[in-house]
Design a protein around this ligand. Structure first.
Ligand code: HEC
Length: 133
């Protein structure tokens, strides 16, 4: 009996706790977004005319690109939703990696890049930041 009950209990705990941790991360991410991104990209990521690109283009939102853009900024010509932009975005060196993780989870909650969206973890972000060019 215990052989069945214990795994069931563990699954139950994961099912109850996991969505909460995800939601908490998304909430922190929203406040990071409002403080560090919204003044340029707009409250809903709509961008600003031809000066600042909107968010949500699948290429822009690709995880590796997102992590490195947030940390180190971006310069040079880019194509977003078929429109070219070319203005420097400053890096965010003051953001902790867990804040970047939360920010990305928030962005993926508004702009899901795949139907099977999975929360991004801090260790994934730690690893990717080290590989930024
Ligand atoms: C000072 C204004 C400014 C702020 C603040 C800012 N950005 Fe940007 N962002 C830009 C500009 C300008 C570009 C276009 C860069 C280029 O032309 O190379 C850009 C580009 C991007 C892109 C597209 C990159 C690509 O490869 O397509 C993403 C994604 C992005 N920003 C996310 C963010 C996030 C998330 C934040 C908050 C941490 C943020 N930005 C903060 C101005 C800003």
């Amino acid at each position: 009996m215990l052989q069945i009950l214990i795994p069931l209990l563990i699954i139950g705990i994961v099912v109850v706790i996991y969505p909460k941790t995800k939601a908490k991360s998304v909430l922190l991410g929203e406040s990071v977004y409002k403080k560090h991104c919204a003044n340029c990209h707009g409250l809903k990521g709509e961008g600003l005319r031809l000066l600042i690109p909107p968010l949500g283009d699948p290429r822009s939102m690709q995880l590796e690109n997102l992590v490195c853009t947030i940390r180190y900024g971006k310069r040079g010509e880019i194509l977003v939703f078929g429109q070219t932009y070319n203005r420097p975005m400053p890096g965010n060196y003051e953001l902790e990696n867990d804040e970047i993780t939360a920010l990305i989870n928030y962005l993926y909650s508004i702009f899901p890049i795949t139907p099977t969206y999975q929360a991004v973890t801090l260790s994934e972000v730690n690893g990717l930041i080290q590989q930024c060019k």
